[in-house]
Design a binder for this molecule. Structure first.
Ligand code: GLV
Ligand code: MN
Ligand code: MN
Length: 440
């Protein structure tokens, strides 16, 4: 098995994947519809084509934010993959892309896929591994001559990471009605541009967005393959696992209002410094989360006026918190908020907290989960703290997830990686699952 660590990872997250000579049987394979190239070759071709899109050459991280040029290039890539295979290509009312093998309207469809957008300086695998593996698994099924008795579809959900507008899984939330149209209109990026205007600039119709129950009613099962974002599989002999649950999680905006003043002349006792309150809140978050076995992260911060020689007037910090159950999560966030307010009273700083999003605990459908685990010979079943479109969809349709081993556990970072052999094992597992669900 080839596991490529961070230091030796090349442009695509793997060591020199572009320069590997293709085995003879792969070079002879065809690309015509109905006679696809072998799984490994089709996976590598797709990975190579997608790899440069939205990649920052200074950080080596991906910046594929929703409705930007990089996102548009990813979406063009998806459309071409669909068309090259003779699949029926659709964009739904919320901008999610679909590629169908079989009649999209027949019902009881087996759907797979993930997302192509990224967090700031994200890795190559979070999202794209699921989409690329989906096309490669479909190629594998066709190469095997499998005959689906149900429609099969591959989806690229828009704006999964919420990196631009602050809310994760916008495409799947809109489709499932978990994000209202009015709320979606309120979402703004860092420049104040609203989500509908951004969609419009990208060539989509913002007046069309909204719940899509008819589309969801076509789906009999949704399976998302994803790189594992932890190390549960890392020390096992299993390259692939099945998800059991997603921890409840949410995002809270903490606004610390103080008073701008001169850094060189304002006496310590006269200051109302929101940075001080913010810093203490970060420490409190770590302590409260650790005590409760939960997670709390301030990973994004904004400062006004952001001058090196001025006490800030406002510090805005975003808390991401997650826990195994909703009671623990609520308790931890409540304690962090109380710690912030108490500290703010000492510092003369006004603290306001706004919950920007919340995703309840997800328990994936037990029968589908067990079916997948059985199809794959009893692979490990594991929970995750990471959010996914699969979690959103699980409220509407039977949903499951496959995880591909992550040797370092690192994710949301340019250092994210997965072994090449493990990725192909993921494709093989997904092909088994799709065949088991759609061909019998
Ligand atoms: C999505 O990747 C999340 O868990 O934040
Ligand atoms: Mn992610
Ligand atoms: Mn993801």
């Amino acid at each position: 098995m080839t596991v490529v660590g961070n230091r030796s990872a090349g442009r695509n997250g793997w060591a020199q994947p572009d320069h590997r000579p293709a085995p003879a049987h792969e070079t002879e394979a065809q690309t015509a519809v109905g006679a696809p190239r072998t799984t490994g070759a089709s996976f590598h071709d797709m990975w190579r084509d997608l790899a440069p899109i939205g990649r920052n050459t200074t950080t080596n991280g991906y910046r594929r934010y929703a409705w930007t040029e990089a996102d548009a290039d990813c979406r063009t890539w998806f459309k071409e993959q669909a068309q090259n295979r003779g699949l029926t290509y659709e964009v739904d009312r919320n901008g999610n892309q679909w590629a169908w093998l079989g009649d999209p309207t027949a019902g009881d469809a087996v759907v797979t896929g993930s997302h192509l957008d990224s967090v700031p300086d994200g890795g190559a695998f979070d999202g794209p591994l699921g989409v690329v593996s989906s096309f490669a698994a479909l190629d594998e099924l066709r190469a095997r001559g499998a005959r689906p008795t149900k429609p099969l579809a591959i989806v690229n959900f828009g704006d999964e990471e919420g990196a631009r507008f602050g809310l994760a899984c916008v495409g799947s939330r809109l489709t499932s009605g978990q994000l209202g149209v009015a709320q979606a209109h309120e979402l703004r990026d860092a420049d104040g541009l609203s989500l509908p205007r951004a969609m419009e600039r990208a060539g989509y119709d913002p007046d069309a967005i909204g719940p899509d129950p008819e589309r969801l009613a076509r789906i009999g099962a949704f399976v998302e393959l994803h790189i594992e974002q932890g190390r549960a599989l890392a020390d096992t002999a299993d390259p692939v696992g099945v998800a059991s649950a997603i921890w409840p999680h949410g995002r809270w905006r903490f606004d610390f209002h103080g008073e701008a003043n001169h850094a060189g002349t304002t006496r310590i006792e006269d200051r109302r410094d929101p940075m001080l309150t913010y810093a203490n809140t970060v420490l409190a978050a770590r302590k409260k989360a650790k005590l409760a076995g939960a997670l709390a992260t301030f990973g994004k911060v904004g400062v006004e006026p952001n001058g090196v020689n001025a006490i800030a007037s406002l510090v805005r910090g975003w808390l991401d918190s997650r826990a195994a159950d909703e009671e623990t999560l609520a308790a931890v966030v409540g304690e962090i908020e109380r710690a912030a307010v108490e500290r703010g009273q000492r510092d003369g700083v006004d603290v306001r907290v706004t919950r920007e999003s919340f995703t309840p605990v997800v328990e994936f459908a037990h029968d589908l989960r067990d079916q997948l685990s059985g199809l794959l010979g009893g692979v490990p079943v594991l929970p995750t703290g990471a959010g996914h479109d699969a979690g959103i969809l699980s409220a509407s349709v039977p949903t499951a997830m496959l995880f591909v081993r992550n040797p370092t556990g690192v994710s949301h970072s340019p250092a994210e990686t997965a072994g090449e052999d493990d990725c192909l094992a993921g494709v093989a597992a997904l092909a088994e699952v799709l065949e088991g669900l759609a061909c019998h």
